[in-house]
Design a protein around this ligand. Structure first.
Ligand SMILES: NC(=O)c1ccc[n+]([C@@H]2O[C@H](COP(=O)([O-])OP(=O)(O)OC[C@H]3O[C@@H](n4cnc5c(N)ncnc54)[C@H](OP(=O)(O)O)[C@@H]3O)[C@@H](O)[C@H]2O)c1
Length: 315
């Protein structure tokens, strides 16, 4: 089958295509998906996981059709169902004609969008929701500040915070995206290119940072004394994964802070898909590349300021 591969080492990776990879066979309760489209998270090229897999196939976000069920599968899916899925962080191998999923990774695809649009959504949707609700404790009326608000996770987080949870949303993004963000539900928008943005609005109860680094450092200045700061910025801060205390916490002892890696959850993915079909949340804009242009797709996915989410089509 056709598949994308990340070859070389993390310090000098090469994206390649390969037409001669062995098609996987579902065992136990696994589900084999005929992949129609796969989304790209550009940072995956810097993660250790693809380099630890013999196949070197990246990819966690897919949309396609159930092709075969493992001998012990007894869940609700049937061959032929249209699905979208987030393959867990430690497995991947989604950027291929066929991919293996477990039951907890798969949900029925939203009917109102294409496979390419659906393939762009699982990681960004699940991450935004998990950050705001599970870790952030978002509530109606809460002031929520979202950095990288024009990014894949950010733009969905803006909409979910506003339309699902009724928060007052403050977004950080370059000026070219401000009008779109207002339409998506942001109440206030600020430009990270303007020095001193962190002093220009009232403090918030919840920060959801999708950028990290210097932006994360400044976020400590905008969170209320007893507020919450959640980050998924990549690379992770020094204190992530239980490796100590954030230096800023000394001056902000009441702030709860956390970095996390998202988890797959089929029931939640299904509910989020219903929000898309119901029109509460708009899908991401996608730039679709045919499989043969996968190298270009990855280059696009890794560009700053690109606007759209890169998706590879396998059909
Ligand atoms: N921990 C997890 O579970 C998890 C899950 C999903 C994603 N992530 C990570 O979260 C990050 C965001 O993901 P994504 O898919 O939303 O990425 P994305 O679509 O590329 O969006 C990134 C956003 O951050 C902004 N940005 C980048 N560098 C910036 C800087 N120095 N200052 C201000 N804004 C900056 C970009 O603005 P411009 O368009 O202006 O460049 C863009 O809006 C990535 O690093 C990704 O790896 C982690």
């Amino acid at each position: 089958m056709k598949a994308v591969q990340i070859l070389g080492e993390p310090s000098s990776p090469t994206v390649a295509t390969n037409n001669e990879i062995t098609k996987p066979v579902p065992k136990d309760a696994e589900i084999l998906i005929k992949v129609h489209a796969a989304g790209i998270t550009g940072d995956e090229i810097t993660w250790p996981e693809p380099y630890n897999r013999a196949t070197r196939i990246p990819g966690h976000d897919i949309s396609g059709i159930v092709s075969e069920l493992g001998p012990n599968y007894n869940g609700p899916l049937k061959v032929g169902h249209e699905i979208f899925a987030m393959i867990s962080a430690d497995r991947g191998e989604g950027q291929a004609e066929y991919a293996i999923c477990t039951g907890n990774e798969v949900a029925l695809k939203p009917k109102s969008i294409s496979h390419a649009e659906a393939a762009a959504l699982p990681i960004p949707l699940l991450t935004a929701y998990e950050a705001l609700l599970d870790h952030g404790g978002i509530k109606s009326g809460m002031r929520v500040f979202i950095t990288g608000a024009s990014g894949s996770v950010g733009i969905l987080a803006v909409q979910i915070a506003k339309w699902k949870f009724g928060a007052h949303v403050v977004g950080l993004a370059s000026a070219q995206h401000h009008e779109t963000l207002r339409k998506m539900g942001a109440d206030e928008v600020f430009d990270y290119k303007i020095e001193g943005w962190e002093t220009q609005f009232d403090k918030v109860g919840l920060v959801f940072d999708t950028v990290g680094g210097k932006v994360l450092e400044k976020c400590w200045k905008v969170v209320e004394d007893n507020g919450t700061l959640i980050t998924i910025g990549d690379p992770a801060p020094s204190w992530a994964f239980g490796q100590g205390v954030a230096p800023e916490a000394v001056d902000h002892p009441g702030v709860r802070y956390k970095h996390f890696i998202l988890s797959p959850e089929s029931e939640r993915l299904s509910q989020l898909g219903e929000m898309i079909d119901g029109g509460l949340v708009k899908p991401l804009k996608v730039e679709v590349f045919p499989f043969d242009d996968s190298v270009k797709a990855w280059a696009y996915a890794r560009q700053r300021g690109r606007g759209n989410k890169a998706v590879i089509s396998f059909v």
